[in-house]
Ligand binder design. Structure first.
Ligand code: XMP
Length: 515
């Protein structure tokens, strides 16, 4: 294992993922992790991340100085390197030659850390401070025009530092450098594989659960589907998968999910048809937040009733992923004040979210995985692409894509229109190029004409966005021909719709969903 000590860098997770791409397990821990804790964890290597501070700032985060004497290789990245230099007696100063963006590195010592890294290749920099004097025993591995110490090493203790960010994609030989550190310097073996993860999880689940019973609320996404598979492999019929159909899923999805689990995985899903209950729960409600709240409450009510009916259960399976458990959550430091600040607030508005006081113990077999690793596991166990690479779908589903009051009639209209959107986006081969593509139904009507007849019907909004993480988004420039096909089909095939409009609002100021 490689441990990454996080000093508040936005790239700490990315470093962890890059390490894992070399098939070596890595964890992100707080920079306050003590030498004693590190000794117990016994990692093969330690990486000190970048961070927003200057090492000479008052209150700037420091690592336990015992780290240098642990006998474990250390690689400092950006702030991490500067901290290494400062703690070991060198100097770091603000110079007028900061470097931001691409920089050409000139290699002075092409051995170990820089093996296979090409001279004059591009590495990505982002620093205002520079190392101006190396600590005793350190040598120079590389420099750039503006950064005299771009890569440094003290071979005796296996201490390394790079001013640039090998983890970002713009660094041409960044991954080669990471591999050198992981394999040659830390002597790690490539043991973190999907197969090994599946085997180990199954062993762990069996040891934890024994002969007890586990309940899993399936949503149809890749996380809960992968979870279901792992648990079923481990404990067979001691697992009960429950799918609550709120009636807000896309057309044919609930049926497909239950069938897939039955046929492909031989897992019988307890299908709970709660469609009427949910539609009743939000009947007449037009306020978006109130709708969301009511759906959330109803979900918990149905979940509790059904788990009593199907139970009793000792454990509840949850699809918690690694980004939710990363210890660095409280380590962000304000560059001006040195105060620790709250990490960015994630928009957690998942109606599948259950209250904490339920009488279950938790089993969370995916808590070590990043989302892309869950996808790999999902794929390896035979989940179809449509689940593995499914676009995000909000917990309250179509209920928040029908503006205002939700009725069965409107749900049927939206389901049909949405199916056409999905079909045509797939047919055009751009399903994976966009973050989400879906239909929204507006509660107003407009006049149209079809076959000499006047129509007075609803408009459908086509929403299609590009995004990295859902936090910001831009509307996708999809071809006019595709817009035309979708519009024609919806107006011709979906009764109750006579107009299609395309949403050309980015986020911000819009949001991706309309409610
Ligand atoms: P907004 O509309 O806030 O959406 O720009 C950002 C991303 O979050 C998804 N979303 C949700 N996901 N439960 C979820 O699990 C929800 O209640 C929910 N609301 C929005 C949305 O689809 C988009 O990808």
């Amino acid at each position: 294992m490689i441990v990454i000590l996080d000093f508040g860098s936005q790239y700490s997770e990315l470093i962890a993922r890059r390490i894992r791409e070399t098939q070596v397990y890595s964890e992100v821990l707080s920079y306050r992790t003590t030498v004693e804790q590190l000794r117990q964890l016994n990692p093969k290597g330690i990486i000190l991340s970048g961070g927003p501070n200057s090492v000479y700032d008052q209150g700037a985060p420091q690592c336990d100085p015992g780290i240098w004497e642990l006998g474990i290789p250390v690689l400092g990245v950006c702030y991490g390197m500067q901290l290494m230099v400062q703690q070991l007696g060198g100097s770091v100063e603000r110079t007028d030659r900061g470097e931001y963006g691409k920089a050409k590195i000139e290699i002075d010592d092409p051995t170990d850390l820089l093996t296979n890294v090409e001279d004059n290749s591009i590495m990505w920099m982002s620093h205002g401070d520079s190392v101006t004097k190396l600590p005793e025993g350190f040598g120079l591995l590389a420099h750039t025009t503006n950064t005299p110490c771009a890569a440094i090493a003290e071979h005796d203790r296996n201490l390394y530092g790079v001013q640039f960010h090998p983890e970002v994609v713009h660094s041409q030989f960044g991954q080669a450098l990471i591999r050198n550190f992981v394999y040659h310097i830390c002597k790690c073996e490539p043991t973190w594989t999907t197969e090994a993860f599946v085997e180990e999880s199954i062993r762990e689940i069996r040891a934890k659960i024994g002969d007890k019973r586990v309940l899993l609320a399936l949503s149809g996404g890749v996380d809960s589907s992968t979870l279901a598979f792992l648990l079923h492999r481990a404990i067979g019929d001691q697992l009960t998968c429950m799918f609550i159909d709120q009636g807000f899923m896309r057309k044919l999805e609930p049926e497909r999910l239950v069938k897939l689990f039955h046929e492909q995985f031989h897992i019988d899903v307890a299908y709970v048809n709660a469609r009427e209950r949910f539609v009743d729960a939000i009947a007449g409600i037009t306020d978006p937040e109130e709708k969301r709240k009511r759906i959330g409450h109803e979900f918990i009510r149905v979940f509790e009733e059904e788990s009593k009916r199907l139970g009793p259960f000792d454990y509840l399976a949850q699809g918690t992923l690694y980004p939710d458990v990363i210890e660095s959550a409280d380590t962000n430091v304000d560059p001006q004040t040195g105060e620790r600040v709250a990490v960015k607030i994630k928009s957690h508005h998942n109606v599948g979210g259950l209250p904490k006081d339920l009488q279950f113990k938790l089993v969370e077999p995916l808590r070590k995985l990043f989302k892309d690793e869950v996808r790999k596991v999902g794929r390896s166990i035979g989940l179809p692409e449509e689940i593995v690479n499914r676009q995000p779908f909000p917990g309250p589903g179509l209920a928040i894509r029908i503006l205002g009051e939700v009725t069965n009639e409107k749900l049927n209209i939206l389901r049909d229109a949405d199916l056409i959107v999905r079909q045509e986006i797939n047919r055009a081969g751009i399903y994976h190029d966009v973050w989400q593509a879906f239909a929204v139904l507006l509660p107003v009507r407009s006049v149209g004409v079809m076959g000499d007849q006047r129509t007075y019907a609803y408009p459908i909004v086509l929403r299609c966005v590009k995004s990295e993480d859902g936090m910001t988004a831009d509307w996708a420039r999809i071809p006019y021909d595709l817009l035309e096909t979708i519009s024609n089909r919806i107006v011709n095939e979906v009764k109750g719709v006579n107009r299609v409009v395309y949403d050309i609002t980015s986020k911000p100021p819009g949001t991706i969903e309309w409610e």
